[in-house]
Design a protein around this ligand. Sequence first.
Ligand SMILES: *Cc1c(COP(=O)(O)O)cnc(C)c1O
Length: 418
Amino acid sequence: MSKKNYSPESLMMSYGYTPEWSEGAIKCPIYQTSTFVFKTAEEGKSFFEIAYGIREREAGEKIPGLIYSRLNNPDIEILENRIALWDNADDCASFESGMSAITTVMLEYLAPGDFILASSPSYGGTDHFIKHFLVKMNIHHIEYFPWDSQEDILKRIDAAGARDKVKLIFTETPANPTNDLFDIAMLVDLGKKLSHGEHVVKVAVDNTYMGPLWQRPLEMGADFSIYSATKYIGGHSDVIAGAVCGRQDDMIRIKTLRTFLGNMAGPWTAWLLMRSLETLKIRMEQQARNAAEVAEFLNNHPKVGKMHYLGNLTPADGHAYEIYKRQYTSPGAMLSFQIVGGEAEAFRFLNGLKLCKLAVSLGSTESLAEHPGTMTHAGVDPELKAKIGITPNLVRLSVGVENAADLIDDLNQALALV
Ligand SMILES: *Cc1c(COP(=O)(O)O)cnc(C)c1O
């Protein structure tokens, strides 16, 4: 089926799969196999030539023939073709986790002596990998914050003597857990200013929080749109997975490193994600509708202090509002807010929830609440926590697909316990 005339949500049930491959089965089966039989030795030779880049694919020749499930597998390839549709990307690489997607991009594009520009706050695992693993490889980092302008970042790069050493600009926007926004177009422009001749600076966006529906980094000029597919794409809190979308030449590099790290998704994971993709749009849209109702309730509650919800931004918020209008098509379904009081009050609220579950992770069908200060962001330096607004009374809520009135009832009774 061609992708030309249809929207992604129309293609998630069939794109890239042909029922004749499997006795007419309407659904793509799970190809739970490690290896594939070649018809002839000549065929095996030719598949390897393409897979290992020994010769170019001829016009009309199929994608590298199936060899071994670390290199390729029908479930993985069909899943990747479908995820790529959402980002309008040339290709996608799926991974066994969001962390392996992120770290594979970093390892492919950074070498000893290089610098990575990394936004803060960011996902704890990403932050740890940059600050504790990349440093061991002699790869340095420069942090930037939501309030930094391009000049501020350039000044920091010059102070580090790194004008010609930055190779990767990494951002996570909106930033977890405060919904602070980073300007992708500004970072793409910065990447161009730092590139010259053979020295090309790549821009990678962790699109887990708003993608693939509400933010399209590749269309804004970024090189990579990266996902923890554990979140919205999987959407049912039952699978860990990741994905990277980008341009053909970059994706060949990513997939080549993946072949040697062996951190690709497996067929069962890919099958679960294909099933999830069929309902991605309706789930995300319902979650955003519920979040808007929940936010309206919380905005007016006397025991709720500062709210971080994109739908609350107004022209008075200046640059943040301007980025929001330009970069997103929805306020999303993630919010965080302060409970009036401190950690004890926040805990009383979290312990009192009945319908919403007390758990980390996000983007799934059930609503999830957690305490960033002691859970997802427990490892963040205390000074930085204060600077970026991860206060002891802050709770984060990922809104699910439940009935909005039931969710509000639950939040209301838990707030009453505070
Ligand atoms: C969960 C998450 C990750 C890590 O993904 P895993 O699938 O848990 O490895 C990375 N970035 C963000 C923004 C996340 O929420």
